[in-house]
Design a protein around this ligand. Structure first.
Ligand code: AMP
Length: 308
């Protein structure tokens, strides 16, 4: 079994009040792949430039991720993103985005990537998400992410993608912007009416909410005292969530399975933000992940029987 992901493979320059680094390995597909690689063989699809180093390709290949569908474009430059955070790590400013090799990229998927039974469309131009969706041989579960930029400049294509996937994972503000509904639950219900059966609203340090036709569930973020770099938290969450579902479910996931998948996403995302870039998740172990999932379960369970 394998899990194909299309999205940015990037060099990121990030500044937070607690650390900064220039041109480190990043990108939505990278953070997703590192998280999902605990559960399935991941196949990132996307281009990189001449500047992409073998060391970074080796990090992408952590825990058996196949880099066969990573295309090195001769004469090209890797996607670049620069962002800066203030004391409130929930809000950030994008300083620079250079699509570079993604501007003209036409995905050519290997037979193995086309045959994956689970597909994740990480954040990238909606047209590229559509191309990859089109190229795959009908995966049994398809999930996606996007961002405000694409809602602003490519909303029609984005809605076409949403209509064809099982699961939409977006920030709460993006869900409101996309549907023009100020209420999060009605925004999620509107997206469900377009076709998907699962909507996850990411809420940064406050956690994430799950809306399905039959259920609602909210999980707070793991209560960390030290956050160094929130970049890629959403993608790590999605990698843990979708990766766990790929490994542990066969047909449409039940609400119970989706809840446990949320705990896996939350646990891996919490490790991701403890250090800059991919550093922490690249050396994370499944025992550490399971330990934090158990802690999350213990922290969020409570009984209705009280003694006062
Ligand atoms: P997140 O913090 O989960 O929103 O993801 C941050 C990652 O998204 C960074 O590693 C960036 O390289 C990547 N990214 C930022 N802007 C874009 C964009 N316009 N398209 C694709 N990926 C992006």
């Amino acid at each position: 079994m394998s899990l194909t992901v299309v999205g940015s493979i990037a060099y990121d320059t990030v500044r937070t009040p607690f650390g900064a680094r220039e041109r480190m390995l990043g990108g939505a597909a990278t953070h997703f792949a590192l998280a999902a690689s605990f559960f399935d063989q991941v196949r990132p699809v996307g281009p990189v430039g001449d500047d992409f180093t073998d060391e970074d390709l080796a990090i992408l290949a952590t825990r058996g991720t196949s880099t066969d569908d990573v295309e090195r474009v001769a004469g090209g430059k890797t996607f670049f993103w620069e962002g800066e955070y203030g004391w409130d790590l929930n809000s950030r400013e994008t300083i620079d985005t250079q699509l570079n090799v993604f501007e003209t990229f036409q995905p050519k998927l290997s037979a193995a990537a086309r045959a994956s039974d689970v597909l994740f469309l990480a954040n990238i131009q909606p047209q590229l998400q559509l191309d990859v969706l089109e190229a795959c041989d009908g995966p049994r579960f398809t999930a996606m992410d996007s961002m405000n930029l694409w809602i602003d400049i490519a909303r029609d294509d984005l809605v076409k993608v949403i209509e064809r996937v099982d699961c939409v994972i977006l920030n709460d503000a993006e869900l409101r912007q996309l549907t023009e509904k100020p209420n999060l639950v009605s925004a999620a219900r509107e997206v469900l009416a377009w076709g998907p059966s699962v909507v996850v609203a990411k809420q940064g340090e406050y956690g994430a909410a799950l809306v399905t036709p039959t259920g609602f569930f909210a999980l707070p973020a793991y209560p960390l005292e030290t956050v160094v770099d929130p970049t890629g938290a959403g993608d790590s969450f999605a990698g843990g969530f979708v990766g766990w579902l790929a490994q542990n479910t066969a047909g449409s996931p039940t609400d119970e399975a989706l809840r446990l998948a949320m705990a896996y996403g939350t646990a891996i995302a919490s490790y991701n933000v403890e250090e800059l870039g991919t550093d922490r998740v690249a050396r994370l172990t499944i025992d550490e992940v399971n330990e934090r999932v158990a802690e999350i379960q213990a922290l969020t369970q409570f009984s209705l029987e009280v003694s006062v």
